[in-house]
Design a protein around this ligand. Structure first.
Ligand code: GLN
Length: 539
């Protein structure tokens, strides 16, 4: 069987949840026994989203192979429970960079290099790359941006060409649009959808399926009207009504037979019905929690909902596996002070100190860690959160008052967190961090060992700074347990307090949130929530 391609475009507005729809459809196809992956093509000129501010684009998601990618890849992994890679996220910047590098290498033999065919050929090469591996039956490709944007035109042209080149049934296009509900008139409106399909048709693309994001359910008559005006079959218009949880979307789409229509269009016969029982069990637990707990998420990017996406989702998975609703309360680290810390944190059952870059907000994070340590509140620090844990310990336990990270205070006399020597000469920014999966060896008898139940683990990284070897002995002597290390370099990966001293206190240099999925909640999050529930009961 040829690899089949599903392209997903978006119309009317951005933020319609194309990533969730792509992940949900992929989930349905996967649960019918097909080998599926999802890729995202983003129309911006950055070579990757690694250099984008979380305020602009939400969290940067890191894959095992060290690619800094769009946060939608996180959804793909959380839904499918299969890792993605560099090839799953391509930007306009990366396409142009390849073409320009090729041009400089003399690959185009005196030709004028143009959008068509050179840029579109490179887009098509990337769009079909994963398909050539033979590992997948179906590849879903989400086209970032909105139809009509100048930026996404070359992507749409590439889709048009692929649709034209491929045999019938090997390729289809799903268009996701918005049906606004006008509250004043109490009416749903189809006009923006009609316009956006028209725009897609101007690019030479005829969608096979239309999925309508809507606040309220669409009457059958309206679906028929959309089908007629947008030139798709009557059974090919679906609604994507606002759901209680993103994880409900696969079931909502399945109940309308989206997967059947897609399989028919792709000429795939005799595909078994999906087995969604594990997914349904998860949802049942998610919607019927037996208990709850309050977690403070202390960070500086709290204004934007998407900045800590993976952490938020990891709490959904971990909470559910504990039959608990973990209420995550964001706390702005920049505004935490000695005088308001109690008011902000005393009602919490667990404190998570978030990753981050730069010095802003770090002092507040250190205060939160001190509060968690002294009051024996379950604590979990991630990346910068772990580095701040080391700073806090050095300052308040070792009494090294000037202890800091050279990222936060370059002139510190006690750099407990520092760059490694070979990093100090780097001047470029993109892709210069420790990125992707690295092994970590865990000391037996520690909290980390209790959590993972294994001696060798692998987790994803995204950072420049490291625990400074010079201070390790001093900290260990004073009671900080360095319970995880990179087996090759010896770099510190996990720090914790003795379990006799504190019920749950752990900081990790890596990003466990990136590996939490619905079917495999991350063990640190699971145990952190468990500790928070226990703490709440003893309060
Ligand atoms: N800014 C820190 C570093 O670069 C931590 C990064 C992070 O939290 N992801 O090492």
């Amino acid at each position: 069987m040829n690899t089949k391609y599903i392209f997903i475009t978006g119309g009317v507005v951005s933020s319609l949840g194309k990533g969730i729809v792509a992940a949900s459809l992929a989930k349905l196809l996967q649960s019918r026994g097909l080998r599926v992956t999802i890729q995202k093509f983003d129309p911006y000129i950055n070579v990757d989203p690694g250099t984008l501010n979380p305020y602009e684009h939400g969290e940067c998601y890191v894959t095992d192979d060290g690619a800094e990618t769009d946060l939608d890849l996180g959804h793909y992994e959380r839904f499918l429970n299969v890792p993605t890679s560099q090839s799953n996220n391509v930007t306009t910047g990366r396409i142009y960079k390849t073409v320009i590098d090729n041009e400089r290498q003399g690959l185009y033999l005196g030709k004028t290099v143009q959008i068509i065919p050179h840029i579109t050929d490179e887009i098509k090469r990337r769009m079909t790359l994963l398909g050539k591996s033979g590992n997948y039956d179906i590849i879903l490709t989400e086209i970032g941006g909105t139809v009509g944007d100048m930026e996404s035109t070359p992507f749409l042209e590439a889709v048009r060409q692929l649709q034209w080149e491929m045999p019938d049934g090997d390729c289809m296009v799903i268009h996701l649009t918005l049906i606004p509900f006008l509250h004043a008139a109490q009416e749903l409106k189809t006009k923006p959808t009609q316009h956006s399909v028209k725009m897609l048709q101007q690019e030479g693309i005829k969608p096979d399926v239309i999925i309508c994001r809507t606040e309220v359910s669409l009457p059958e008559g309206m679906k028929k009207k959309i089908a007629l005006f947008c030139n798709v079959k009557a059974d090919s218009v679906f609604e994507n009504q606002d759901a209680k949880s993103i994880y409900e979307v696969p079931l909502l789409l399945h109940s309308q037979h989206l997967d059947d229509v897609v399989l028919k269009k792709l000429k795939l016969k005799n595909v078994p019905q999906p087995n969604l029982s594990d997914w349904q069990d998860f949802l049942k637990k998610l919607f019927n929690p037996k208990t709850e707990c309050d977690i403070a998420l202390v960070g500086k990017y709290v204004e934007l909902q998407d900045a800590y996406k993976s952490i938020q989702e990891a709490f959904v998975h971990a909470g559910t596996s504990n039959n608990c609703k973990a209420n995550v309360h964001t706390v702005h680290s920049e505004y935490l002070t000695g005088s308001n810390i109690k008011e902000k944190l005393s009602s919490m059952d667990g404190i998570l100190v978030a990753p981050g870059f730069g010095g802003r907000g770090v002092e507040g994070k250190i205060l939160a860690i001190k509060y968690a340590r002294e009051n024996k509140i379950p604590f979990f620090g991630i990346c910068l959160g772990m580095q701040a844990t080391v700073m806090e310990f050095a300052r308040n336990v070792l009494k090294l008052k000037d202890a800091s990270s050279t990222e936060v205070r370059p002139q510190t006399t006690v750099p407990v967190i520092d760059l490694m020597e070979d990093q100090k000469t780097l001047t470029t920014k993109g892709g210069t961090m420790r990125l992707g999966a690295y092994a970590c060896k865990i000391k037996e008898g520690t909290l980390a060992y209790r959590i993972y139940g294994e001696k060798l683990i692998s987790e994803r990284h995204r950072h420049r700074y490291e625990v400074n070897e010079r201070y390790e002995k001093q900290m260990e002597d004073a009671g900080l347990i360095l319970s995880g290390r990179n087996p090759e370099t010896g770099l510190v990966e996990i720090v914790e307090l003795p379990q006799k001293q504190h019920p749950f206190f752990i900081g990790v240099q890596f990003h466990p949130e990136l590996k939490s999925t619905v079917m495999k909640p991350h063990p640190i999050f699971v145990n952190f929530v468990k500790a928070a529930v226990k703490y709440r009961q003893t309060k």
